[in-house]
Design a protein around this ligand. Structure first.
Ligand code: NAD
Length: 289
């Protein structure tokens, strides 16, 4: 079977148009656009590109997107003070602290300082806790939210499906597993110490690969007819961007598969903007998101 391609670019475009309409409605109702504030400490080139893109795309959709560049030597107290200012600013609906932070800054101190109602990365313990408890009213991390939207667009049945998530990071693997569980999948989480990953993957009706290891998952690890969501972003020996899955081989067995690039990547920023709009609407209505 040759898999159908889950086109993240096209689906992300659809999400962006939904957000654009929602932003216009919000601005008309509240006299201001939703505000997304991104904090970047230091000059890591990858992070500079990512954060500039978040600022640019949010503004393109009619939001008030702002990137705050803080010097590499910013102290923890200075960073926390800046987060406190944004928490107190009513025109700020979403706050994103770009990770990784320079080594002298403790990430958990920064993440815990963000108002949970504005935590559009979903990394505050309150939001992670609500997701883990299966309770509504929280904000989920963007990449897993984008993956759920891809599954919904493909019409892949989740309830009762066997799902395997490879990777257990707080940013991707854990929240991905929690979202699949909330949609009634039977979920296994694999990580670097999992034994016989191949056998586990072969059971998966839905396989989400988020290990960050180029072509870790071979074509014969894929169950016939499975849906494969490849979150991984790696460079191969030739410097080409590849996922965690051997795409060419896997597409012969899967029913649906995301390409890299053009799969999960475009969904992440679209999901961030959708989450920011939701956070803005919830704050304006004085309700939990
Ligand atoms: P991470 O390094 O924090 O976590 C990787 C996880 O994979 C860990 O839990 C680790 O135990 C597991 N792992 C590593 N090697 C493994 C192996 N051989 N077998 C099984 N499990 C293994 O990374 P992350 O932040 O979760 O990101 C994962 C990947 O997804 C990276 O390639 C990252 O660049 C990519 N990513 C892409 C997007 C996107 O928008 N497309 C967003 C976030 C992350």
């Amino acid at each position: 079977m040759a898999a159908k391609i889950l086109d993240g670019k096209a689906i992300a475009q659809k999400v962006r148009e939904e957000v654009r309409e929602g932003v216009a409605r919000f601005a008309a109702a509240h006299g201001r656009p939703p505000g997304l504030d991104v904090l970047l400490v230091g000059d890591d080139p990858g992070s500079v590109t990512h954060t500039r893109n978040k600022e640019k795309v949010s503004n393109e959709l009619g939001m008030r997107g702002r990137l705050h560049r803080l010097a590499e030597g910013t102290t923890e107290a200075e960073l926390l003070a800046r987060i406190a200012e944004l928490n107190a600013d009513d025109a700020v609906d979403g706050i994103l602290v770009q990770l990784p932070l320079p080594g002298h800054l403790r990430e958990h101190r920064a993440l815990d300082a963000v108002d949970p109602a504005k935590d559009v990365d979903g990394l505050h313990p309150v939001n992670a806790g609500l997701l883990a408890l299966g309770r509504p009213g929280g904000l989920a991390p963007c990449t897993p939210s984008g993956c759920m939207r891809l599954l919904a667009e493909a019409g892949v049945p989740i309830a009762g499906a066997r799902a395997v998530v490879v990777g257990r990071s707080n940013l991707v693997g854990k929240p991905m597993a929690a979202l699949l569980l909330a949609h009634h999948a039977t979920v296994a989480i694999a990580h670097s110490q999992t034994r016989d990953l191949r056998a586990l993957c072969r059971e998966a009706d839905i396989l989400v690969a988020a290990a960050g290891k180029a072509k870790l998952i071979g074509g014969d690890w894929i169950k016939e007819g499975a849906t494969v969501i490849d979150v991984g972003l790696n460079r191969d020996e030739a410097g080409k961007l590849v996922g965690d899955v051997d795409f060419e081989a896997a597409k012969e067995r899967a029913a649906w598969i995301t390409p890299v690039p053009g799969g999960v990547g475009p969904m992440t920023i679209a999901a961030l903007l959708a989450t920011t709009l939701r956070a803005a609407e919830a704050r304006a209505a004085k309700l939990p998101p």
